[in-house]
Design a protein around this ligand. Structure first.
Ligand SMILES: Cc1cc2nc3c(=O)[nH]c(=O)nc-3n(C[C@H](O)[C@H](O)[C@H](O)COP(=O)(O)O)c2cc1C
Length: 340
């Protein structure tokens, strides 16, 4: 079991992105970063094939399960299953999603307005698992955007036993903005999150939203306990090749993309031999050369070939030939050295 409360870097839960294939791939790049599942609604677990939905490989750990829902009994039932039958390291509650579907189900970001209900959920979950129970939320919703609003939410829910909050430093606008717009249009207010850490020094406070570079992460860690990265981790996974060395273990080796591809190829062979479509993984590696010469060729070749019936792991050998060697073998250091 990992103590997720002390892991300073995480990759955000992202529907359609952070499935088990993506997570397995990211472990070729970072051993220590905390990973999150996509949000899973309690109904999917209680009414669906939960063994399939919750299953993961040991290699993906440390791993947090993110749940969506608003019924304290359902949430605790799902957490009990996740705890007793699987080996998750954290249960996280989604109190940040603004989509219409989620609002219609009365969960996600709109629950920021119901701190008593969220507290009951936290309390009930905590009574059945011996794991950190954490909350991922926004700084507010709609015009409820004062610092006091966030302060009161954190105060109430922490009293129920939540000791770690991941705060996406934007309000969620529930009417009029799409989920995508809700990740760009409301301004980032990092100072709210920093102030929460000052006002609740005993809680673990993690910041999220718009963070893309090692130097930015480094700077945020002067004010909060952790940093969660979403889109950049998906669109530019190579960023994480530097995370272990910089934030966890200075003896970690920064892999080059060629080495990562060797790992990917072995995993593709495993999937292929077990009749699992290899596009499940290929979809997630489109960003591996982001910003580098060869990136366009890489994306084009993968996109055009991954859906072919005959696509097999040799697709990697075929594209490698199209990428310049100096890019494949570049062991890229992504932070600025301190000047002494
Ligand atoms: C495609 C996509 C799917 C997302 N799905 C979830 C989700 O399932 N649960 C959640 O809490 N947040 C979800 N988010 C929000 C991210 O976790 C994160 O809070 C947001 O993208 C801001 O961080 P970033 O600027 O580093 O991307 C999603 C974001 C994206 C781009």
């Amino acid at each position: 079991m990992f103590n997720t409360e002390s892991i300073p870097i995480s990759i955000a839960p992202m529907m359609g992105c952070t499935d088990r294939y993506y997570r397995f791939f990211m472990r070729f790049i970072t051993k220590y970063t905390l990973l999150y599942t996509e949000m899973i609604h309690t109904n999917a677990i209680l009414k669906g094939d939960y063994k399939k939905i919750l299953d993961f490989s040991n290699e993906e750990k440390p791993l947090a399960l993110q749940l969506g829902g608003n019924n304290p009994n359902d949430l605790s039932e799902c957490s009990k299953i996740a705890y007793n039958e699987f080996n998750y390291d954290e249960i996280n509650l989604n109190i940040g999603c603004p989509s219409d579907r989620v609002q219609n189900g009365n969960f996600g970001a709109c629950l920021m307005d119901h701190p008593d209900l969220v507290s009951e959920c936290v309390y009930k979950i905590k009574s059945v698992v011996n794991l950190p129970v954490t909350i991922k939320c926004r700084i507010g919703i709609d015009n409820k955007n004062s610092y006091e609003y966030l302060y009161n939410f954190v105060k109430k829910t922490s009293q129920a036993g939540c000791k770690k909050f991941i705060i996406h430093a934007r309000v969620a606008i529930l009417k009029g903005l799409s989920p995508k717009e809700n990740r760009t249009i409301p301004p980032l207010k990092y100072d709210y999150v920093y102030q929460i850490k000052k006002d609740f020094p005993n809680l673990k406070i993690h910041i999220n939203g718009g963070i893309k570079k090692i130097d930015e992460i480094k700077n945020h860690l002067n004010y909060v306990d952790g940093v969660m990265i979403g889109r950049e981790a998906y669109e530019n996974p190579y960023l994480f090749s530097n995370i272990d060395k910089y934030f966890f273990d200075k003896n970690s080796i920064i892999k080059n993309r060629k080495e990562i591809l060797e790992d990917i190829k072995k995993y593709l062979e495993y999937l292929y031999n077990n009749n699992i479509p290899i596009k499940y993984l290929l979809l997630h590696i489109l960003g591996l050369f982001n910003g580098k010469e060869g990136s366009k060729i890489w994306r084009k070749y993968l996109s055009e070939n991954m859906h072919n019936k005959n696509c097999n792991p040799s697709i990697i050998d075929n594209i490698i030939k199209l990428i310049p060697n100096e890019i494949l073998e570049l062991r890229e250091k992504l932070w600025k050295e301190k000047k002494v």
